[in-house]
Design a protein around this ligand. Structure first.
Ligand code: ATP
Length: 198
């Protein structure tokens, strides 16, 4: 079974992903995969260089230079996303094939990146804005302004609610949310060995 997990920053996706890992599932973090591909995927890098000349030097992406281009130009961002999403999707599919069984795909762009269609089930994790901001500030040591700007660049909660098969709300006590995640996983027939939970 492949579960797609999405939702904005600071909502609490990691708790659910960790439980799936405890249940023996493969967890594929698309953001981490993208960063790995920046080191290894020469095909992706040359596609980026072809579209945005001067951004890849000696096989190394100048993220600042590329960031400045796509920040100022929505069309350029779409072009870049088309390249990176397809490279990440290819790698995710390769890893899923390598280890069939229970897996979770963690992707903020689960739908835009074309990975939702690979999933048997999609889940959005949601949380109130003020709690997300406080969590991001504490987790990443960032200012409120920066946390807000990161969230503002993402889809709002309604966007995820409309698209996902299941919603998990994380609006208070972490223990309650964890129990809700466990109940959801049990409903899906996914059990966590007792020893892992004690
Ligand atoms: P991102 O997409 O930015 O990685 P995320 O959805 O994975 O975000 P998490 O890392 O799971 O977010 O949660 C953000 C932080 O908030 C973490 O440090 C986590 O431990 C903490 N956290 C999550 N849920 C709660 C909660 N209910 N109460 C208190 N802290 C929480």
């Amino acid at each position: 079974m492949i579960i797609g997990i999405t939702g904005g920053s600071g909502s609490g996706k990691t708790t659910l992903l960790n439980l799936i890992r405890e249940a023996g599932g493969l967890v594929l973090d698309c953001d981490a995969i993208y960063h790995e591909l920046l080191q290894t995927d020469t095909e992706m890098l040359s596609a980026i260089e072809k579209q945005f000349p001067g951004t890849v030097e000696n096989g190394v992406l100048n993220r600042k230079k590329l960031g400045a281009i796509v920040f100022a130009d929505g069309q350029a961002l779409l072009t870049l996303n088309a390249i990176t999403h397809s490279a990440v999707k290819k790698e995710v599919l390769r890893r899923l094939e390598e280890k069939p069984g229970l897996a979770a795909i963690d992707a903020i762009a689960l739908f835009e990146g074309g990975l939702a269609e690979t999933c048997d089930l999609t889940v959005a994790v949601t949380a109130p804005m003020d709690q997300r901001i406080a969590r991001l500030m504490a987790r990443d040591g960032i200012t409120e302004e920066y946390a807000r700007s990161r969230i503002a660049a993402q889809h709002d909660e309604g966007w995820f609610r409309e698209r996902c098969d299941h919603i998990l709300e994380n609006h208070g006590d972490l223990a309650v949310y964890t129990d809700n995640c466990l109940a959801f996983l049990r409903e899906q027939g996914i059990m966590i060995p007792e020893t892992e939970r004690s």
